[in-house]
Design a protein around this ligand. Structure first.
Ligand code: NAD
Length: 305
């Protein structure tokens, strides 16, 4: 048993991101002559996708980002979708393009994600941008991993979030000498979050479904990032006392409850800081989408990011 952990509130932290971006946009938009623009493409009627898209529009409004709302029917042809993306790629008022996944069958999400101009990639999932991450070069980074890193900075700071906190109040934490485990190696979360941790000098272990003795590997880590998609996989006894636990997982249990990849109550009794699910990493993913859009806007207008 350690002291009560710091609960990393993603909703409050995302408000700090909104304040930061709002301040920046209020300064930059008059100089550039327009606000940053984010195009959100929704294909079909997937209820979860509709909810996510609505949340993105709402958050954009809070930040002062202009959104372009593009809704296409389930049966949109490949040619039509290609045309929509090409038009947005050349629209000078659009700095970020988000294609909400999954796409209805038979459309291939990965194929259309690659069509987005890399400098307008809002999600940071374009292969060119993921390659630039590997090389440590500037480019939009994947949103969920960026959200995880901001939560880690919060965990290692002595900041308590309030109604005026901005990201400038939260220092970049030093991760040198810290060991981190990333459980999960997806293109979307596991791999990019591992590289972001490495970029910040953590000693990183990638664990996955073929890892031997995962509990022991996990117990050695000062920072645990769980991005697996298995409800409550990470048990309390896997957590080193005082570790920081960042739970990316969003899973619905048979009784309809939303839970993470970590057994929250058990882990919280040992961790120094932990993200809840829901209300942890989830809201930060949306926040970082907006942060990427604003950074794209800055780069595209020759402003130092
Ligand atoms: P994925 O299915 O693409 O990848 C899961 C990874 O977990 C794989 O690399 C696999 O090797 C590993 N894995 C599977 N079973 C394992 C096990 N028993 N032990 C160790 N490793 C195991 O999933 P993803 O897209 O990376 O998403 C992971 C979770 O994060 C899901 O619950 C998803 O809903 C959630 N997610 C949340 C956000 C957010 O904004 N909070 C964003 C993206 C994904």
């Amino acid at each position: 048993m350690t002291d009560a952990p710091k609960i990393l509130d993603g909703k409050k932290l995302s408000q700090a991101v909104a304040r930061t971006l709002n301040k920046k946009i209020n300064t930059l938009a008059p100089t550039v002559g327009r606000p940053p623009g984010l195009a959100v493409i929704l294909v079909g009627e997937n209820p979860a996708s509709k909810t996510y898209v609505a949340a993105k529009h709402r958050f954009a409004k809070e930040c002062g980002v202009r959104t372009f709302d593009i809704k296409l029917p389930d049966n949109v042809s490949e040619r039509e979708l290609t045309q929509v993306i090409n038009d947005l790629n050349t629209n000078i008022e659009v700095d970020g393009i988000l294609l909400q996944l999954p796409l209805p069958k038979p459309l291939d999400g990965a194929h259309f994600t690659r069509m987005i101009a890399p400098e307008k990639d809002a999600d940071g999932l374009h292969p060119l941008n993921q390659g630039l991450l590997m090389q440590g070069l500037p480019a939009p980074r994947s949103c969920t991993p960026l959200g995880v890193m901001t939560m880690l900075d919060l965990a290692l700071s002595n900041i308590s979030l309030n109604d005026t906190t901005t990201l400038e109040d939260i220092p970049l934490a030093s991760l040198a000498g810290k060991s981190a485990i990333v459980i999960g190696r997806s293109q979307l979360v596991g791999k990019p979050v591992g590289f972001l941790l490495l970029e910040r000098n953590a000693t990183v272990t990638f664990a996955h479904s073929k890892t031997h003795d995962l509990p022991a590997v996990c117990r050695a880590a000062d920072i645990v990032v769980a991005a697996v998609g298995v409800p409550r996989l990470v048990k309390g006894e896997w957590i080193k006392p005082g570790a920081i636990v960042l739970d990316v997982g969003i899973n619905r249990t048979d009784d309809g409850k939303l839970v993470g990849d970590v057994d929250y109550d058990a882990a919280a009794s040992l961790a120094s800081a932990i993200t809840p699910v829901p209300g942890g990493v989830g809201p930060m993913t949306v926040a970082m989408l907006m942060s990427n859009t604003v950074e794209n806007f800055e780069r595209r207008n020759g402003i130092q990011v």
